[in-house]
Design a protein around this ligand. Sequence first.
Ligand code: NAD
Ligand code: UGA
Length: 460
Amino acid sequence: MKICCVGAGYVGGPTMAVIAQKAPDIKVTVVDMNATRIAAWNSDRLPIYEPGLGEVVREARGRNLFFSTNVKVSVAEADIIFVSVNTPTKSSGIGAGCAADLRHIEGVARVIAEVATSPKIIVEKSTIPVRTAEAIQRILAANCPVARCQVLSNPEFLAEGTAIRDLLNPDRVLIGGESSPEGELAVAALSSIYARWVPRSRILTTNLWSSELSKLVSNAFLAQRISSINAVSALCEATGADVDEVAGAIGRDSRIGSRFLKASVGFGGSCFQKDILNLVYLCRHFHLPEVAAYWQQVVQINDWQKRRFASRIVHRLFNTVADKRIAVLGFAFKKDTNDTRESPAISVVRDLLAEQARVAVYDPEVPAEEIRTAVLGAGTENSRLSVAASAYEAADGAHAVAVLTEWDEFKLLDFRAILARMMQPAFVFDGRNILDLAQLRRMGFGAHGIGKPAEACALN
Ligand code: NAD
Ligand code: UGA
């Protein structure tokens, strides 16, 4: 059997590496039109920072795992084609800022139609609006009468930073297919690949539309929990309650559960916002404005939380940060990834620059150029933004330190040494609630967390 995956990104690369590791008899080729990315997959420095990924790739690469730019050849020879291309929010035209841009999905469907001469199982791995499979089927039927193709939905639930763990031990694998004999055969073929390492009881099969919709709803529910606890964090700050204590108390109710209740500067990542907006667009399209407004609010609270964090820094620094240096620790949207897409750090840094602050960013995995581009756009300069080689360098002469990613190394920093390098009075704003605020206050910092009581720092 031969598998081809179109799209060698954060999903396609790790997912195919794990399939190749677990199914050494299957040839797995990951293709991408981005030659630089493919070259990196074939090198010692993979394009994605993801714990455990290097070991899996090294085991399978060259044996039954291949990375190539030759899209048409790999598609033509494959029995199963995973479509794992990006599906960003549309930036112009109908549904701009809300609907999913499906140009890459359609592009892949047309390539398959052009080169397929044998039956194919096409697997939607990308996150897409419900009923996208129908569009793929129609393009194939109209352009590729020779090869019979089955379209399956198999959304991916991995989270970055834990991708390998999630792929090896998923809560569930979801496969949606047509309820026809051909559809059922295709679902069985895909299930048998996952069954090499995933217990059958965790492989769920549904109809196509349930599977497509479940992915959007899953991300919406996860993001909703974060916006809920972040909304509560503001109330905690106003009342003296501690958001971690509240989360701990409500999370002990097994109906609520303890996970995904960590208050933060806001959620980031390439998918939560995009997928909720996609859901909002679908609801509007199907004339359900109340449902659309309900989910839209999850994104609005997130935007507000990011702005609120930046304004709090300004407010606590005596209502001006003009020409003050702010050390921003962490730029990735979460720890253990180099991904910065929709990172809350982008919004916070922009707000601080708009207040004329001098911002020095340090992140252990994100390259300096990527930080500049994410904040300013390609080719734009701003002398107020600098990138430091360490947390200590960022803190040199700073008036405040803001923790925006929960990297483990920030928990181990020598804050006495940091305090000594900073302007006084010195402030810490912990956007991830990973630091011991009481200890920082004893050292002399004005220390602020998310949803944390501020009583011990009345002077600050
Ligand atoms: P990505 O941008 O990292 O990778 C997508 C790749 O597809 C890019 O390298 C791009 O060059 C390539 N591509 C696009 N069109 C192509 C074409 N016609 N031919 C060849 N290559 C093409 O995206 P990602 O983060 O891997 O996400 C992919 C999909 O998976 C999205 O729909 C996303 O919503 C979904 N998803 C992502 C995650 C995640 O953690 N990043 C998790 C679950 C689901
Ligand atoms: C998320 C989902 O968890 C995955 O199941 C899904 O497959 C993926 O989106 C996707 O479709 O792309 P990911 O965005 O990689 O995964 O990472 P998460 O761990 O979900 O974190 C997302 C954001 O929420 C991060 O900025 C994180 O810091 C933040 N977060 C998470 C919180 O602020 N509080 C929490 O309690 C949890």
